[in-house]
Design a protein around this ligand. Structure first.
Ligand code: FAD
Length: 386
């Protein structure tokens, strides 16, 4: 039972979904919560060790089937994301990029040989994946990407640069999207290939417990079978993003729940003017409004998850969820910060860390503005992107 579940939405979960949630909540309590403030402050995270632990529990690529993947429902995967992000958005990002971006791309578009080579090792966390779409000069508009893949005999030769790539500094394989003479194609690029370098991006003020890097591709020669055979055009990477965004719709609720629970505890224990903060009407109004928004977000996530499980989820519906739930989670985190007063800015409490993390979550996997344009296009039939 979640303290902030005013609508008894938990009751609509199946026994299996509840079980997944309980397991992930426990692993976050054991492996993440005790250490995450320190990781965040240091800008370091033992990502490989975490990946192996998450792999043991079947959390990596958990909604995929075969190749050592757990084959869970979309709702169960969403609940796992929620619990992971209640620990930290960076930890959830590790799992999302591994499972929904890198593994999903290979699982959906790769050859049987590519799947056999990478997916079982990635499912147990022995191999780490990243997903390179964004470039230094091309973010929201990936159709303009500059990274090129050209044929040289049977080989491919890649040149370009991918920026802001989660997991890149420790990745074993990167799914790289590049322009070819016949449109955008995807490649499973082993990171040890000559010409591939990964530079860690430092000085992040957000997602500090997540490793982010720039991948440079300098005359990277790949055999023909490195290309993902079924990934034809930009719709392939965009479909991977739809997968990952569904996890974010849920994940953001985790960060918000952790902030809300922290604020509730604080408001009932901290006394000013001779009464707990929770006794002031202004504080109760804040708490009530936040809990209402959180419950609306949970309803939205459940609806999208059930649509996904029925095979009916459309990309613009995921945009509705990502737009709303990340925006509201960030508003909740900032509001909770005010309830904690000065302690709200301290790393001894998780609230400001979540708020800072959510700034990245607002931007990656399509910015809020881009999701507004997707929803606007669906409503009006008019594209306002350019
Ligand atoms: P821009 O595209 O330059 O946008 C800047 C601003 O302009 C935004 O507010 C945007 O909404 C607005 N804007 C742009 N176009 C329009 C328009 N047509 N109409 C209205 N407003 C517009 N990428 C990956 O490929 N793989 C990863 O693993 C990955 N991990 C990331 C991790 C972190 C911590 C961060 C911060 C980013 C990550 N990204 C990753 C990159 C992320 O997806 C991009 O930052 C995002 O797509 C936005 O691109 P941009 O930063 O270049 O911003």
């Amino acid at each position: 039972m979640t303290q902030v579940d005013l609508l008894d939405l938990d009751a609509s979960l199946t026994e299996d979904e509840r079980q997944v949630r309980a397991v992930v909540r426990q692993v976050v309590d054991d492996l993440v919560r005790p250490h995450v403030a320190g990781w965040y402050e240091a800008g370091q995270v033992p990502a490989r060790e975490l990946a192996r632990e998450f792999g043991k529990l079947g959390l990596l690529g958990m909604h995929l089937t075969g190749y050592g993947c757990a084959g869970s429902t979309a709702v169960a995967y969403g609940l796992a994301c929620l619990e992971l992000e209640a620990g930290d958005s960076g930890v959830r990002s590790l799992v999302s990029v591994q499972g929904s971006l890198a593994m999903y791309a290979i699982w959906r578009y790769g050859s049987e040989e590519q799947k056999q080579r990478w997916l079982p090792a990635m499912a147990v966390g022995e191999a780490i994946g990243s997903f390179g779409l964004t470039e230094p000069d091309h973010g929201s508009d990936p159709a303009s990407m500059a990274t090129r893949a050209r044929r040289d005999g049977d080989d491919w030769v890649l040149n370009g640069s991918k920026m802001w790539i989660t997991n890149a500094p420790i990745a074993d394989v990167a799914v790289i999207w590049a322009r070819t003479d016949s449109g955008v194609r995807g490649f499973a690029v082993p990171m040890e290939t000559p010409g591939v370098t990964a530079r860690e991006i430092g000085r992040k003020m957000s997602l500090r417990a997540s490793l982010t890097g720039e991948i440079s591709l300098d005359d990277v020669r790949l055999p023909a079978d490195a290309q993902l055979p079924d990934a034809i055009g930009l719709k392939a990477p965009l479909s991977c993003l739809t997968e990952a965004r569904h996890g974010i719709v849920w994940g953001a609720l985790g960060a918000a729940r952790d902030c809300l629970e922290t604020a509730l505890t604080y408001a009932t224990t901290r006394t000013q003017f001779g009464r707990p903060l929770a006794g002031f009407q202004l504080t109760q109004a804040k708490l009530a409004d936040m809990a209402v928004e959180w419950n609306k977000g949970y309803l939205l996530a459940l609806q999208l998850g059930r649509l996904a499980d029925a095979g009916k989820l459309r990309p613009e519906q995921v945009s509705v969820g990502k737009l709303n739930n990340v925006r509201e989670a960030l508003a909740i985190a900032r509001q909770c910060r005010t309830i904690l007063g000065a302690n709200g800015v301290s790393g001894d409490y998780p609230v400001m860390r979540h708020a800072n993390n959510l700034e990245s979550v607002l931007t990656y996997e399509g910015t809020s503005e881009i999701h507004q344009l997707v929803v606007g296009q669906r409503l009006t039939g008019v594209s306002a992107f350019t």
